[in-house]
Design a protein around this ligand. Structure first.
Ligand code: FAD
Ligand code: NAP
Length: 553
């Protein structure tokens, strides 16, 4: 009797096991190139979608750019020891893994790496990464038009291996190759001092007591000029077009992105003429310090350039330790002559904070021309017969890269699974063309402005394809409180986990508590605010005003 009951159960279990086994063995294999911020979320999302990821990173650990090393490593981005991120924690985290409440809003690179380690540990990602393994080539298999498969050749300790993958996620970063435009600086070959790219800069020690020129006014140039100027004899910050400077610490001390990246402000910005938005933003930053008086005012408008975020630069300029100069016209053995005809003598060092170029030497399909690519949503190649390759994180947002990489990966993995979420090839090409035209119209011509995206707009574009963009009207009817936060509050990544595929149960609660997490790390001392709202000063002020009016008339 007993065996008779057990038999069907065993049979059923066996069938289920075989089905699961079949599903596992049939899981599509995905190669993930790079284990930085984009690669980690790529592995995690593949696992969630039932795909089988294999990640290769040429380095010996995770973190990509955010893992500081004393010496720059070939093929991996390299940062200086003091780098503090300029995107705040609530805006830069992965959408279902908030950064701990006690972490600062703007984190030092070591803390960012710690967050990535927590993420990798929590989602068990390390088992899928092959370190010290470079991807040498990614080529279409001969039967690509039917299978969409790729041959990936890797190299580890001088030994090459080849494997076939059903799909590839390219997460190799775009801040690795130094742009060192020596041709634009005649005489540099005769210059007897030291010159280097910001990629090689690690800290200020070597520049103590020296006269240093920093060329380029991106975020690297600003950070490095400020840091060196504390101990150098003199720092000159040379720029060919100037820059508007934004602050991490915004109104009332709140993080900039949390105030500016809201759906409400986006509506206002879209309604206003561009010139008015520029005028308002420029007025605001000029109220802190007049950019013309500080030698920084560019000819272009504020929204026409990737912004510099630097709270310290005006302090260093007003203290005279940083002097803003025009572009360098030429160098002699010891001096620099600037385009405005001025001369600075006895220069010890020149730091080229002149940005980066990027390419994909391992994949012929991914063509790059002067930092320009033709990818739909900076992710997909429209002309591919099978959509089994996606580039992740190849964007320069006015905001954080990480949540955008996450949405790109969420979209790509579903496409790899066969869902038809992309428009036709001709529509994709049309979108690429329109984006290029819009970029040329909006931004000053520079090779740093080729993959610019607006954080909120771009996240919404990806989310729309994916079907996870929050629907404000539905929210308003079903949950007015969250609708209010989604529209007027910061567009934090959790918004894209409220509905649809990949919905996260804690998204609502995490949105409602985002300001608590933002304020927690600063509230380290109990402060008595009970008297702050007293109306007595207002009454006294009104009374004095009244007296003044009586006496006057
Ligand atoms: P990366 O972090 O560059 O990682 C790429 C990984 O791919 C590396 O580990 C590399 O070893 C590996 N790899 C590359 N090629 C191969 C290959 N052929 N085979 C195997 N492995 C390979 N972004 C922000 O959002 N906010 C900020 O405030 C911010 N600050 C920045 C500060 C500095 C100084 C710089 C330079 C950049 C900053 N960025 C910032 C941009 C930065 O690129 C992203 O934050 C983020 O690091 C991108 O992650 P990623 O994984 O796409 O690329
Ligand atoms: P970048 O943004 O590309 O800036 C490069 C600068 O060099 C620009 O001012 C550019 O001027 C100038 N330049 C380039 N070629 C030149 C030439 N031939 N002659 C004169 N000037 C030249 O590079 P970056 O500052 O290294 O920043 C790279 C990325 O890292 C950005 O996304 C940035 O936001 C990020 N970053 C963040 C932090 C942080 O979070 N703390 C710190 C550093 C960097 P034009 O504008 O005229 O081209």
């Amino acid at each position: 009797m007993q065996t008779e009951v057990k038999k069907p159960i065993r049979k059923h279990l066996q069938a289920s096991f075989q089905r699961i086994q079949k599903e596992v063995t049939m899981a599509k294999k995905v190669a993930v190139i790079g284990a930085g911020a984009s690669g980690l979320v790529a592995i995690k999302t593949c696992l969630e979608e039932g795909l089988e990821p294999t990640c290769f990173d040429r380095s010996n650990d995770i973190g990509g750019l955010w893992r500081f090393n004393d010496d720059p490593e070939d093929g991996r981005a390299s940062i200086y020891k003091s780098v503090i991120i300029n995107t705040s924690k609530e805006m830069m985290c992965y959408s279902d893994f908030p950064i701990p409440a006690d972490y600062p809003n703007y984190m030092h690179n070591a803390k960012i790496l710690k967050y990535f380690r927590m993420y990798a540990e929590h989602f068990h990602l390390m088992d899928y990464i092959h370190f010290k393994t470079s991807v040498c080539s990614v080529t279409k298999c001969p039967d690509f038009t039917t299978t969409g498969q790729w041959e990936v050749v890797t190299e580890r300790e001088g030994k090459q291996e080849s494997a076939i993958f059903d799909a590839v996620l390219v997460c190799s970063g775009h801040h690795t190759n130094a742009n060192l435009p020596l041709d634009s600086f005649p005489g540099i070959e005769k210059f007897k001092g030291r010159y280097l790219h910001s990629r090689e800069y690690k800290g200020p020690e070597a520049f103590q007591g020296k006269r240093v020129i920093v060329i380029g006014i991106g975020n690297s140039g600003g950070d490095i000029a400020v840091e060196i100027s504390r101990t150098a004899e003199q720092v000159f910050l040379s720029t060919r077009r100037g820059s508007w400077i934004l602050n991490r610490v915004s109104d009332y001390g709140y993080p900039l992105g949390m105030l500016s990246s809201t759906r409400f402000f986006r509506t206002v910005k879209h309604v206003l003429p561009v010139s008015t938005s520029n005028w308002l933003a420029e007025r605001k930053v000029n109220r802190r310090f007049d950019h013309a008086n500080y030698g920084l005012k560019p000819k272009h408008r504020l929204f026409s350039q990737h912004p510099m975020v630097n709270d310290d630069l005006p302090n260093r300029i007003i203290a005279g330790t940083v002097i803003v100069k025009s572009n360098v016209k030429k160098f002699s053995e010891t001096d620099a002559i600037f385009e405005d005809g001025t001369l600075e003598k006895n220069i010890d060092a020149v730091i080229f904070a002149t940005g980066y170029t990027f390419d994909f030497p391992f994949c012929d399909e991914l063509k790059v021309n002067n930092n320009k690519v033709s990818l739909y949503k900076y992710t997909f190649l429209p002309e591919l017969e099978k959509q089994t390759l996606a580039v992740i994180g190849l964007i320069q947002p006015l905001g954080a890269i990480m949540p955008i990489s996450e949405l790109q990966v969420r979209l790509a993995t579903r496409i790899f699974k066969g869902e038809k979420l992309l428009p036709s090839a001709s529509d994709m090409k049309d979108d690429i063309r329109k984006k290029k035209e819009a970029m040329v119209k909006r931004y000053v011509c520079s090779q740093r402005h080729t993959i610019q995206v607006d954080y909120l707009d771009f996240m919404d574009e990806l989310a729309e394809l994916l079907g996870v963009k929050p629907n404000l009207w539905n929210l308003l009817l079903s949950d007015p409180k969250i609708a209010w936060h989604v529209y007027f509050g910061p567009c934090t990544p959790y918004q894209y986990r409220l509905t649809g595929h990949g919905k996260w149960d804690k998204a609502r609660e995490t949105i409602l508590t985002q300001w608590d997490r933002a304020l927690k790390p600063m509230k380290t001392r109990t402060v008595d605010t009970s008297g702050d709202n007293s109306i007595i000063p207002l009454v006294v002020f009104g009374f004095v005003l009244l007296l003044a009016a009586i006496f006057y008339f």
